[in-house]
Ligand binder design. Structure first.
Ligand code: ADP
Length: 580
């Protein structure tokens, strides 16, 4: 039970918990061995003192040397073990954690990635794990080990003289108390530091993205001044934050050291009243300097534990997001898509309410409606990128929420506006549609998607790298590549997000022709933004505020004179304006 909570708190794997236990164990042993060294020193000192003050014989050299050699050996072996159990094992933990995160991300519902900023996810896999690496290796074992060894030492000291033991060690809980007390302040400052850092990187990103507009409108100076201000603010907040943590850490360290003063005061009093002898006070003084050492290290690091809590929480949140599961067996009867009383909310707010319709195989079903009415959401649900909140979606009679998303998606092609292209050659980008497709198949698909002509004009034809996310291609060309991909995949269901970006006439006809080849005989669900293109659909679902307002054929809906007709007429008028 304790193990589970510990594991969650520090986002450890099972093996990580085991390793932390080992690290803690060896830290206890190391700290106790160090105390053994202090005891040997003390024995030597009291031997000499005995000789000096009472004329006793000098302690034998051989047993003394023996003890020292034994101490050095023990010290070496235990330090080595501690090193292995902390620094040595953490690299395995870092690797296991990254794999565990990646595995979990692979199994999460795809919709999760729409909700989360991808930069944020990358930051978790790389940055957060790095930050935790330091905590795992440098902090946990040392901190918990030092708690335990100090408790053991405190008991031993108390056996000699409990008053002196308290005088000696009160500073330790006081120092930690102060740090824990300052925890909220540290957390707030770390939050402020993070926000300031995000503002700077947003500002830089924005400047890079809009560099053309900024130059064109002569806004460079104004823009840079704004950016400078953000950077200055970040600097100021970071210094404040570091200073704040530094003040608390150093104050804690000073408080802990006040223990030396109280030990001397209480010790002197007890020597004067004849209750203890000087050598015992001397022993206490030697012990406390050693007790403080591991804590000194931990005090600075404990601040890091507080700050790193944000990282650990983010990782735990990913681990605990429910994954989309389902069977591998998907044998639908045909590929009609049926929405059966579907309701859906991304978070609290319901965005689809009781939506029912059927997209038939061999037909083009168009989703139309004002922006924000839920068209894209319907398409995402149809591919189980998210799971419905109420009702069900069936494909060929099979409830898709029972099917493993990876298996389900084999039957889908998605031609979306934000086509993802990889910085690879044209050939490989198309081949993504079908694993192991031959060059011949790729070329055939490219031709059918009207890519051939423009690809041949590229410097290296199909072997031309297309730049990050297809930077070297026009919008229409990118879309045709994604159509080629879909043609190659030849899946029975096609989800199509009609581009809002207007294509030139040449490109538009090319895309239209390519599409008509892709869509023949499939179950097609189109998210339509322009009423003009919808006229060719077999069936139209008009959405308004997350509900089906009306449905029917284009001509039927025109006659009915509802929302569809109003939208069509509105767009016709607005399309009518021109510069002439
Ligand atoms: P449409 O495609 O018709 O423009 P959407 O399906 O994109 O409409 O959006 C429907 C509603 O859901 C809108 O109110 C939108 O703000 C909201 N929405 C869309 N995507 C998300 C998301 N990932 N998280 C939260 N709300 C969302």
């Amino acid at each position: 039970m304790f193990g589970e909570a510990f594991k969650r708190k520090y986002a450890l794997t099972d093996r990580g918990v085991e390793n932390t236990k080992k690290g803690t164990f060896w830290t206890v042993i190391v700290n106790l061995v160090v105390m053994g060294g202090v005891s040997i020193l003390w024995l030597l000192m009291s031997g000499f003192m005995g000789t000096l003050t009472e004329g006793r014989a000098l302690p034998g050299a051989a047993p003394m040397m023996g003890m020292v050699v034994l101490f050095v050996l023990l010290s070496f072996v235990t330090h080595l073990q501690q090193y292995k159990a902390t620094y040595g094992l953490v690299y395995g933990e870092v690797r296991d954690t990254r794999i565990r995160l990646a595995e979990q991300l692979r199994r999460l519902p795809l919709g999760y990635f729409g909700k989360r900023d991808l930069a944020d996810l990358t930051e978790t896999i790389m940055g957060d794990v790095n930050r935790m690496e330091h905590v795992w290796s440098h902090v946990l074992g040392y901190l918990y080990g030092s708690y335990i060894s100090t408790a053991i030492i405190a008991v031993c000291l108390a056996v000699y003289d409990w008053r002196l033991a308290i005088a000696c060690l009160w500073g330790v809980p006081a120092a930690f108390g102060l740090l824990f007390g300052s925890r909220k302040i540290a957390a707030r400052q770390s939050e402020r530091m993070k926000e300031a850092a995000v503002r700077v990187s947003d500002g830089i990103q924005e400047a890079l993205e809009n560099v053309r507009e900024i130059r064109a409108s002569n806004q460079e100076e104004r823009y840079l001044a704004g950016l400078n201000q953000k950077i200055d603010e970040h600097e100021r907040i970071t210094i404040q934050g570091e200073l704040g943590t530094g003040v608390f850490v150093n104050a804690a360290s000073v408080i802990m050291r006040l223990g030396v003063a109280t030990t001397i005061l209480v010790g002197a009093d007890r020597i004067l009243s004849g209750r203890i002898d000087f050598m015992l006070l001397f022993l206490f003084l030697m012990v406390i300097t050693r007790v403080y050492a591991p804590f000194d290290q931990s005090l600075a690091l404990i601040a890091e534990v507080f700050v790193s809590q944000v990282s650990a929480d983010r990782m735990t949140e990913i681990y605990e997001t429910p994954v989309a599961e389902g069977t591998d067996a998907f044998h639908p009867q045909g590929h009609d898509i049926v929405f059966d009383h579907v309701s859906f909310a991304y978070d609290e707010k319901e965005v689809l309410r009781d939506v029912s319709f059927t997209a038939k195989e061999g037909e083009v079903t168009a989703l139309v409606g004002p922006s924000g009415s839920g068209k894209s959401t319907c398409a995402r649900l149809a591919a189980r990128l998210w799971d419905v909140t109420k009702g069900s979606i069936r494909v060929g009679g099979v409830d898709i929420s029972t099917v493993d998303p990876e298996v389900l998606l084999r039957d889908y092609s998605m031609v979306f506006q934000d086509v993802v292209l990889f910085d690879d050659t044209v050939m490989e980008n198309i081949r993504l549609g079908k694993h192991g497709a031959t060059d011949g198949e790729v070329l055939a698909a490219a031709r059918a998607a009207n890519c051939d002509a423009f690809v041949r004009r590229l410097p290296q034809g199909y072997d031309t790298p297309i730049g990050e996310n297809g930077a070297r291609l026009s919008g229409g060309e990118r879309q045709r590549i994604s159509i080629a991909r879909a043609l190659l995949k030849d899946a029975p269901i096609v989800l199509l997000d009609e581009a809002t970006a207007s294509l030139d006439v040449e490109n538009e006809t090319q895309v239209q022709k390519a599409l008509s080849r892709l869509l023949a005989g499939k179950t097609v669900l189109v998210i339509a933004h322009r009423m003009r293109t919808v006229a060719g659909a077999d069936h139209i679902i008009v959405l308004e505020n997350g509900s089906v307002a009306e449905e029917g054929t284009p001509s039927g809906l025109m006659e009915k004179g509802g929302l569809y007709r109003r939208m069509t007429e509105l767009q016709r008028e607005s399309a009518g304006w021109s510069l002439g």
